[in-house]
Ligand binder design. Structure first.
Ligand SMILES: Nc1ncnc2c1ncn2[C@@H]1O[C@H](COP(=O)(O)OP(=O)(O)OP(=O)(O)O)[C@@H](O)[C@H]1O
Ligand SMILES: [Mg+2]
Length: 406
């Protein structure tokens, strides 16, 4: 069963619009129905034409668009589908009619070069706000086949975002059909699932991903729930250490225990070389790391990926395993904020510097895009490294649903 708004996506190809833009809440049924509609439209309109299917990266487009499409029963009954993996091309045929749908990644350098040489009958740009504008402009410029149309899909971002200003606000001027989605537009989501999604986001991400609003990131980055501070210490669990490295800037390490779906920050060490008037050496930092780890079976230490010398030192000592942290700032913050809200990250009251930074860590409101002020962010960074590297992708980090969430 499709909702009225989803039916409008299907009806788009029978209208005179040149483009369609669907934005709004997560999991509201935009991508899946747009894929069906895009391919149906192309199969009716063209024969022997190449079209583009673009995601943030080619891999995410394959996972979020191609793979779900290949297992739907509707297209399999209607078309012969051939996924040519090495070329990243989906060949769709119906009788003698055949079109090629090539996958590109907006953030992949190889895709930018590749798409420049193509002539396309249309492009579907999923997660368009996550792509560089230059890529999107290039993709649009390649659509020179007579009758070509543009298909855009995204979750909201800042109202200063170029896509919002140039396409959503100017939809009429561009002869684009604009459809805005809320969670209720997907009839397949149960009450329990809706509840889980609502609990999974907080602050600006709640406004964007749940309410579907184009909102600027303002104020404090994290709202720490009252019960997030606890002196409870689990008896068992998996132990990790996370590290944000600095010599002039503060150095912050935290000891974590993940137990029964909750991550507890048990203790921390925080050192501000500038404020203390003396810089510590890497060896002295390593001694502190060992002190924090003492008595715990540490699985690995997650380290600031730019701290090359410190990573080498830990490796050379051979006592602790090291992992370079995933460092996509915004998706790491989104995940951390969601888990804090769900009570899945707890902080011991002894972690005074984390608790201080939680009250100070702010969005940069003048930047016009999602950017944090790079102050009071050292424990914040080590916490984000831990979350993005250790907690991301686990069942309890639901709803980080997308293939490339973190
Ligand atoms: N009408 C429907 N009936 C059954 N299942 C649906 C319907 N609409 C969407 N779905 C399913 O709901 C899930 C979410 O849909 P989809 O991925 O299209 O959402 P989205 O709006 O693109 O989400 P996001 O913003 O997170 O990318 C998919 O598994 C999809 O197959
Ligand atoms: Mg989608």
């Amino acid at each position: 069963m499709l909702t009225e708004k989803q039916l409008k996506i299907l009806a788009f190809s029978y209208t005179d619009y040149d483009a369609i833009i669907c934005d709004g809440a997560v999991r509201s049924g935009k991508t899946s129905i747009m894929t069906v509609s895009f391919i149906d439209w192309a199969m009716r309109r063209f024969d022997g034409v190449r079209l583009g299917i673009c995601g943030k990266t080619a891999d995410s487009a394959i996972k979020n668009i191609i793979q779900p499409y290949l297992i739907m029963s509707y297209p399999r009954q209607r078309y012969t589908l051939k996924w040519r993996r090495s070329e990243k091309v989906l060949e769709v045929s119906q009788g003698k009619r055949k079109n090629l749908f090539e996958v590109f990644g907006g953030r992949d350098e190889s895709s930018s070069a590749l798409i420049q040489g193509r002539t396309l009958g249309g492009v579907f740009l999923d997660e368009v706000v996550l792509m560089p504008k230059s890529f999107v402009m290039q993709a649009i410029a390649r659509c020179s086949v007579e009758g070509a149309r543009l298909w855009f899909c995204c979750n909201p971002d800042s109202p200063e975002h170029w896509f919002y200003k140039e396409w959503i606000l100017k939809a009429r001027e561009k002869n684009a059909l604009y459809l805005h989605f809320v969670l209720e537009d997907n009839p397949s989501l149960s009450e329990a699932t809706l509840r889980r999604y609502r609990q999974g986001y907080s602050g600006v991400f709640y406004q964007r991903y749940i309410l579907g609003e184009w909102t600027a990131a303002e104020g404090l980055v994290y709202q720490l729930p009252e019960d997030a501070v606890t002196d409870y210490i689990p008896e068992y669990g998996e132990y990790y250490i996370s590290c944000d490295y600095g010599t002039m800037n503060p150095f912050s390490i935290g000891l974590w225990c993940v137990s029964e779906g909750v991550a507890y920050r048990l203790r921390e060490f925080y050192y501000d070389g500038r404020a203390s008037g003396r810089q510590l050496t890497d060896e002295e930092y390593y001694d502190e790391l060992k002190r924090l780890a003492a008595g715990y079976p540490i699985r690995f230490v997650v380290v600031d990926p730019s701290a090359a010398s410190f990573i080498t030192l830990i490796k050379r000592a051979g006592e602790l395993r090291v992992k370079r942290a995933k460092n996509d700032v915004i998706s790491g913050i989104r995940l951390t904020a969601g888990l804090l809200r769900q009570g899945k990250i707890r902080i011991n009251p002894s972690c005074k510097d984390s608790l201080r930074e939680f009250k100070l860590y702010r969005w940069d409101e003048d930047s016009g895009t999602d950017r944090v002020i790079k102050e009071n962010d050292h424990a914040m960074d080590d916490i984000r490294y831990f979350v993005a590297t250790v907690l991301s992708g686990r069942q309890f980090s639901y709803p980080s649903h997308r293939a490339d969430s973190v």
